[in-house]
Write a protein that binds this ligand. Structure first.
Ligand code: IMP
Length: 426
């Protein structure tokens, strides 16, 4: 039995989908526990590319039960589009289960996400516009509508009317927008509820049963640890818990059930949206990484900000997740650069510090202190083992692992399943 949590170690988009896809093959259950369709997990199978936003990547294996648990927020039309797209490609959705406690994203969440970003003017967060923050805000305010409410017409209407009383006042008085009609939302959303109801389940007991019977379970983190609402770069982050602890909170299992935490680390750094990013590159190297790494959002298509690997942030991420192992992704993107830099410390206010500041304002002042390493020129996509990599690539990986304080278990050298190097049996 194994119970593995896979998390993004940085600001998201670390290619976690590929890691989870690999682990899913030997697992019986894959669980998404946080976020919603702000995520975009890409898996390449042969010539085919799958982009998943809500649905756990385990869905690509017919033997895997896929759970979307309590900590998630769900956009019904978005999810149904995703399900229809998979069904059209021959993927069965019989094994998809959605917790009755997951919260539903409704039209006013998306509208408020957009209006609030506009109102922030020069202080935008750069959200995905999917209504994620407002949906989690309603959850915390105990004003949300959960899957079980949504799938019961009387409860849906009653909760919706309560919610709209407040939302419409906000829309009218704060944003100068016309109010939303409950009837129109019901008319549009009830057919979605009828279609999704068959997938609703009490997911926590399913996980307990899988644990008790010694199954292999993978928790698929979405976004990245530095976007965690408590441990991330507040306020420039998402509204859920992408860290390993989120797997417990968002699913209903205790921390002692988890026996491995793998952090997926991109060989460099990227960030989408606003917020401090000490190692950001504005030069040709940043451009090179963006183009070679196809660093454009899976969900929004936005160009990602690119920079050198930040080992101060990585060591912090290792701590807040209790990482056992790191898996380095997209190493092939760095091929062709004459030299590489790793940020090993920050200069803040004339002092050199090795710790990640809790205060976002200090992080904005941080100047990276770099270690420079030799690059490698050859393409590495055909490497079959670590020994096939150029010496400078191996030294780079070794240094990343040393600075993170976590052993390396896997390296990805391309998007395909067979472009993966393993350092140990997982
Ligand atoms: P939200 O999650 O849409 O509210 O966006 C909040 C912040 O998190 C923004 O900076 C987004 O760009 C970022 N974000 C949300 N989801 C992802 C993701 O899956 N990958 C990378 N960044 C994300």
């Amino acid at each position: 039995m194994s119970c593995i949590v896979v998390v993004g170690a940085q600001w998201g988009d670390e290619a976690k989908g590929k890691m989870v896809d690999f682990l899913a093959r030997e697992s019986q259950m894959v669980i998404r526990f946080n976020g919603g369709n702000n995520a975009g997990h890409t898996v390449v199978v042969g010539e085919e590319k799958f982009k998943l936003h809500h649905i756990p990547v385990g869905i690509l294996y017919p033997h895997v039960r896929c759970l979307m648990t309590d900590g998630m927020v769900i956009d019904p039309p978005g999810l149904l589009d995703e399900m229809d797209g998979l069904a059209a490609r021959g993927i069965s959705l019989d094994n998809l289960y959605i917790s009755g406690s997951a919260h539903i994203i409704l039209p006013y969440h998306k509208l408020l996400d957009t209006l609030e970003e506009k109102r922030r003017a020069g202080k935008k967060i750069g959200t995905t516009g999917r209504g994620i923050g407002p949906a989690y805000a309603d959850k915390a305010a105990r004003a949300g509508i959960r899957m079980a409410d949504f799938c019961n017409p009387n409860r849906f209407l009653s909760r919706l009317e309560d919610a709209l009383a407040v939302k419409n006042s906000l829309l009218r008085h704060l944003y100068g927008e016309p109010p939303l009609e409950a009837e129109a939302i019901i008319e549009r959303y009830e057919p979605y509820a009828r279609r999704l109801k068959g997938h609703m389940a009490d997911t926590a007991p399913m996980v307990w049963e899988a644990l008790d019977s010694g199954k292999n379970i993978v928790f698929e983190g979405a976004q990245g640890s530095l976007l965690d609402i408590d441990q991330g770069t507040y306020p420039y982050l998402t509204s859920s818990h992408p860290i390993a602890g989120g797997a417990c909170l968002g699913t209903g299992v205790g921390p002692r059930q988890i026996n491995r935490v793998i952090g997926v680390v991109k060989a460099y750094s990227t960030r989408v949206g606003a917020g401090a990013f000490p190692t950001e590159l504005f030069d040709d190297t940043g451009h090179y990484i963006r183009e070679k790494g196809h660093e454009y959002g899976t969900t929004t298509g936005r160009p990602r900000r690119c920079g050198w690997l930040d080992a101060v942030a990585l060591a912090y991420s290792a701590r807040i997740n209790g990482m056992d192992r790191i898996a380095v992704s997209l190493l092939d993107v760095l091929s062709g650069l004459p030299s590489l830099k790793i940020c090993a410390a920050y200069r803040i206010g004339g002092r050199t510090v090795n710790s990640f500041p809790a205060d976002n304002v200090l992080l904005e002042q941080a100047q990276p202190v770099y270690e420079e390493m030799e690059g490698w020129q050859e393409e590495i996509g055909n490497a079959q083992s670590l020994d096939d990599l150029p010496v400078s690539a191996r030294l780079y990986l070794q240094r990343v692992s040393e600075l993170a304080g976590v052993p390396l278990c896997m390296v990805s050298v391309g998007p395909r399943r067979d472009q993966t190097l393993f350092l140990e049996e997982l």
